[in-house]
Ligand binder design. Structure first.
Ligand code: 7RM
Length: 634
């Protein structure tokens, strides 16, 4: 099959593809899927029922995603670079791996896993910094049919333990420690702390990164570099069913503990490759760089899988945007000749604040396409990105999607469809968004606002939440009959472009990372002296949203700084350093309805400093508490 099947290169192609995908979705997706290597062809393209939910793509098909990421390219692209790994410290040497070298490492790592008893269907937790072994580990799991669950290294031992236990993982893959800007941080000792509470874990495989001496538990912990020598380099791929789980990725929602979103092999493969090629208009010689961490969905779909499925060359970066200085991204772009650059609005805003002195020394002439993801991009940041990074000549793709959607659903396609600042714009062909009112009526006009839903499945839609299918149904498929509900509000302009406004549920998006208010509150409530808390988001110049916590303590707070310190410690221990509250206000009570429900709307308004639009407070149990909260606002 030609590489160009289904490739959308013009406005006309876009219109035709979109029409085709609506009139004949199965034919549309079958043509995309034909481009891959299947051990057995599917019998049916799609079976679906959103009420259960039950969604199956490429039913009966057999494949292994790593054969499509690696083996399939060896003949034509064996010597092509797959990965250019740029370390945290620019003085350290970078690493380049060709498709053949990456293939060999994945096979060897897969044999290490097998040697330690990992089998198809076992859950393997990957807790690693952004080193090549992270991608190799993920692909090694997929090679043997083990289900990977990557946990971002900024999560605490407690969060790690919760995720390991929920998935009943048998194996943990980690490193000794990690570099992050000027800091060195532990990794293995965090795993050790977590594993004290994880009875299912039998093996830990440790990659050496910082050279620290770490404790190795006899019989449980082994060094990757020692095991590496004991196995050979051939590892045939496990033949998987289209609907066998590929991975679990935990994500926060408005209630309870994070959910394990499950993606399966066939549909996820087809969709991540399709969206990668078309959104970024990737061409064979392009160098792609996505700055996300593999610990989030963006790193899964547009580092570990999408680019490799497309046979692309990509940069993988270990460090942070501001080390050794705020020119680091642009230095890496010049150094490796990056053509397509994909990052988060929060990073753009933070670099914008550091000033143009960090941008102007670099040429950036290799750049062709810029992308953003994770949160709405404000117009000011959009224009700065367009002008100073893209030099006015690069299209920006504002890509809207979610952990649950597996790949980009709404985005302009670089060059092909036009762009408008702060608008994700149009659905990809094959994606059918609609806006509904709060009571579920479809809004069919343009120039409207509503709740964003999807009325037809796409191949990389989540299939379930690990161990709790009912929770999946309730969270995504029960609000509006027959629809997938995204949790986002959106506008649609006169030309049909979507503009995502943000979450309409109790989810806060901090620097593009999702946290449930309930999740943060329960961490805060672990601090000694805390009676109750309520958390809301508020607009933050750099992070998009910041975390504002209202806390009731046992008796008066004598030393506010000390108490704040203890609360922050509790959040760092319960969730991780990424969820630290920005503001903590001590209050004597919370605004509650007579039935005891916290009126978050009021707390949100106070945090946003919109004190004159609190709405009706007369139905509160104790209206006076609102005055106290307003006065004490931080
Ligand atoms: C990829 C990712 C998902 C939530 C989603 C939105 C928000 C993501 C955009 C965006 C406006 C965008 N997955 N979001 N992309 N909002 N414009 N281009 O971020 O599961 O971690 O978050 O992020 O609220 O529901 S995620």
């Amino acid at each position: 099959m030609s590489e160009d099947v289904g490739r959308i290169r013009t406005r006309e192609d876009y219109r035709a593809a979109r029409k085709h995908s609506i009139e004949d979705p199965e034919g549309f997706w079958a043509a995309q899927a034909e481009r891959f290597h299947w051990h057995e062809h599917w019998n049916e393209v799609l079976e679906w029922d959103f009420t259960k939910p039950d969604v199956k793509w490429f039913v009966g098909g057999k494949l292994n995603i790593t054969e499509n990421c690696l083996d399939r390219h060896l003949e034509q692209r064996g010597n092509k670079l797959a990965l250019i790994w740029e370390p945290n410290d620019p003085k350290e040497r970078f690493v380049r791996l060709t498709y053949r070298e990456l293939f060999e490492r994945v096979c060897r790592y897969a044999n290490v896993l097998k040697h330690h008893g990992v089998k198809k269907g076992d859950r393997v937790c990957v807790y690693m910094p952004m080193v090549p072994e992270l991608v190799i580990a993920v692909l090694a799991c997929a090679r043997i049919g083990a289900i990977h669950s990557v946990v971002f290294c900024g999560f605490s031992a407690q969060s790690l333990a919760d995720r390991i236990n929920d998935a009943e993982a048998t194996t943990v893959l980690c490193s000794d420690g990690m570099f992050r800007g000027a800091k060195e941080m532990p990794v293995k000792s965090v795993v050790d702390e977590a594993l004290a509470k994880c009875p299912t874990v039998k093996k830990v495989i440790v990659t050496e990164r910082v050279g620290w001496s770490v404790q190795m538990q006899e019989g449980r912990d082994v060094w990757l570099h020692e095991e590496w020598e004991k196995v050979d380099g051939n590892c045939s791929a496990e033949v998987m069913d289209s609907e066998d789980p590929l991975f679990i990725l935990y994500t926060s929602g408005s209630t309870g503990k994070p959910k394990g979103v499950v993606h399966t092999c066939g549909g996820y493969m087809v969709y991540t490759e399709y969206s990668f090629r078309n959104v970024f208009q990737y061409d064979e010689s392009d160098v792609f760089w996505c700055t996300a961490d593999v610990g989030w969905i963006t790193g899964h779909s547009y580092i570990a899988y999408g680019p490799l499925l497309a046979g692309a060359t990509q940069v993988m970066f270990e460090g942070v945007p501001t080390f050794p200085d705020a020119g680091r991204f642009w230095q890496v772009v010049d150094k490796h000749g990056v053509n397509i650059f994909y990052t988060a609005p929060t990073a753009i805003r933070s670099l914008m604040a550091h000033g143009l002195d960090h941008v102007l020394p670099y040429s950036l002439h290799s750049l062709k396409v810029l992308g953003t993801v994770g949160e709405p991009i404000n117009e000011e940041a959009w224009h700065w990105y367009k002008t100073h990074i893209g030099k006015g000549r690069c299209p920006i793709v504002d890509t809207w999607w979610q952990t649950e959607t597996g790949g980009i659903l709404i985005s302009s396609l670089a060059v092909v469809t036009d762009e408008r600042p702060s608008h994700a714009a149009w659905p990809l062909p094959g994606v059918q968004p609609i806006l509904v009112t709060a009571d579920g009526q479809e809004i069919s006009d343009n120039e409207v606002e509503g709740l964003l839903c999807m009325k037809f499945p796409w191949p990389s839609i989540l299939r379930t939440t690990w161990g709790d299918h009912e929770r999946c149904r309730q969270t995504y498929f029960s609000h509006y009959k027959g629809l997938y509900f995204t949790g986002d509000g959106a506008k649609r302009d006169a030309d049909g472009r979507y503009r995502i406004i943000g979450r309409v549920d109790d989810v806060i998006n901090v620097s593009g990372h999702r946290f449930g208010t309930a999740e943060i509150e329960s961490a805060i409530n672990e601090a000694k002296g805390v009676v109750e808390s309520a958390v809301v988001g508020f607009p933050h110049d750099i992070k998009g949203q910041g975390i504002y916590a209202y806390v009731i303590t046992e008796g008066p707070v004598a030393d506010a700084e000390d108490m704040r310190g203890r609360i922050i410690e509790a959040v760092v221990a319960g969730i991780g350093r990424i969820a630290k509250p920005d503001k903590i206000q001590f209050v004597s009570g919370l605004p509650k309805t007579r039935s005891g429900k916290i009126m978050r709307r009021i707390l949100r308004k106070v945090a946003e400093n919109e004190l004159n639009s609190l709405g009706d407070t007369s139905t509160l149990l104790d209206p006076k508490v609102v005055d106290e909260i307003k006065e004490g606002r931080l």
